[in-house]
Design a protein around this ligand. Structure first.
Ligand code: ADP
Ligand code: ZN
Length: 442
């Protein structure tokens, strides 16, 4: 399915700039067709769930709200292949999520699904200026995780020279980046930061190398973290969003012209709902992102609850793409911490820390239980070399961090300033929160 790159701006101009009315009509007919397929799949789960649903009565994407949701638990209950619509002989790839909380969620792809996936992620790469002239170093983990192979196929499709380093071996990563003249990097934000740090430790100024763009995703990144990475690496960051249940990376991509990430809406239909009531929220309000992927063959999904908290942005974008954008992921419905009755999102802490002079962007949030059985919120954060070398600066820095966190969170956190390079670096998704509270306190 190799198509010429359209003047370096769009991968698929027709799809990316489709007039809104046409787009909504296309979404509606695709969802209708998908419902028909699900209803006649012979899969008990769909028979039961869609028994009252008449696909012909779906007249717009607004009517989606009448359809039931699908959740991660539904996938787990049908582990591993129970919800695949395509027979085994048509499946050509199987991926699975990390499964840190029980059985992994398993997703399957037909050949057409892989093409669809590469095609949507290619739009994101091209929006960030990737072409056949680029050398794309792919430091996402290659394996069951969708990051590595997803970016591999998309960057190959665009025609870049792909260097499949996978994550890890950071010193070698930096050496190859220099020797191969890498122009674009793909990895998680936390790993990008680590790559920058290792380069700096080796006396290599990334600003002097050809690398100019980084396609970062798979974990949250505040504005400030994005800025920090851009400054340290001398690149433009193009954020990427996706999840394996929908397809993998390539669900939404930044264009660099305005806030947020364009959802490739002809393929993935976004809604934002109240996480409690499940009611659709007006555009612009923060809620849980719900996505439908009606055109996948092996594993289409309708109204999948992502647990990711976002805002939908529908104002037209100066880049000319007509799709809705999602804001940065502001948190997850399951990562909100409740500390002494106060709601805290890790992203608020990151944002606050990155605004304090004298700290490095490496931190960990540790929850514990105090002697009085109350929750303790402890924030461990690295100080800069300069502060570490001058012990008289520490008390003042610590006080500033405590104060900044109190202003943002309305809570007093215990702050632990640690020496540079003491917080574990991540190669994939960083683990920022350690919950060590005793059971009954949760
Ligand atoms: P798992 O993390 O369960 O192994 P995935 O690899 O499919 O599964 O990860 C998908 C999740 O990763 C998303 O639901 C979201 O929480 C997170 N994610 C992906 N891209 C971003 C992003 N740009 N910003 C924040 N979180 C992201
Ligand atoms: Zn745009």
């Amino acid at each position: 399915m190799v198509r010429p790159v359209d003047t370096g701006t769009f991968w698929d101009r027709a799809a990316e700039t489709m007039p809104r009315e046409d787009l909504v009509q296309l979404q509606t007919s695709r969802i209708r067709a998908c419902l028909q397929r699900l209803k006649s799949s012979g899969i008990h789960y769909y028979d039961r769930r869609l028994s009252d649903v008449e696909p012909e009565q779906l007249n717009s994407t607004d009517d989606l709200r009448r359809l039931p949701f699908m959740t991660k638990d539904d996938l787990r209950e049908h582990y591993p292949f129970g919800l695949f619509l395509a027979p085994q002989e048509r499946i050509v790839r199987i991926h699975a999520s990390s499964g840190s909380t029980g059985k992994p969620t398993v997703v399957g792809y037909t050949r057409a699904d892989l093409e669809l996936w590469a095609d949507t992620l290619a739009r994101g790469l091209v929006a960030g200026g990737v072409s056949e002239k680029d050398t794309f170093q792919n430091a996402y983990g290659h394996g069951l995780f969708t990051g590595g192979l997803g970016f591999h196929d998309a960057a190959s499709l665009v025609g870049a020279a792909v260097v499949p380093t996978s994550a890890g071996h950071t010193a070698r990563q930096v050496m190859l980046m220099r020797d191969f003249g890498t122009t674009a990097l793909g990895c998680t934000p936390s790993y990008a930061l680590h790559v920058a740090e290792v380069a700096a430790a080796e006396g290599l100024d990334l600003h002097s190398l050809p690398i100019r763009a980084a396609f970062l995703g798979a974990e949250p990144m505040t504005e400030r973290m994005e800025q920090e990475i851009e400054d340290r690496m001398g690149v433009a960051v193009y954020e990427q969003y996706g999840l394996s249940e929908i397809i993998g990376p390539g669900v939404a991509s930044a264009c660099g012209k305005s806030e947020g990430m364009h959802v490739w809406e002809d393929r993935f239909v976004p809604e934002v709902v109240d996480p409690e009531s499940g009611e659709r929220l007006p555009d612009g309000e923060v809620g849980e992102l719900v996505l439908s992927a009606p055109t996948k063959e092996a594993f289409p999904v309708i109204r999948y609850r992502t647990r990711d908290l976002v805002r939908l942005i529908r104002e037209p974008c100066p880049c000319g793409r007509t799709s809705a954008r999602i804001s940065k992921i502001l948190g997850r419905t399951d990562d909100m911490l409740i500390v002494r009755g106060v709601n805290v999102f890790p992203s608020q802490i990151e944002h606050a820390l990155l605004g304090v002079e004298g700290l490095e962007p490496h931190y960990q949030i540790v929850l514990g239980t105090r002697a009085d059985r109350q929750d303790e919120l402890r924030v461990r954060v690295e100080m800069s070399q300069r502060v570490a070398a001058a012990s008289n600066l520490r008390a003042d820095l610590e006080a500033r961090v405590v104060e900044t966190l109190r202003n943002v969170l309305d809570l007093t956190a215990a702050v632990e300033l640690t020496s540079p390079n003491t917080i574990p670096r991540s190669e994939g998704k960083a683990i920022r929160v350690l919950d060590q509270r005793t059971r009954q306190e949760r």
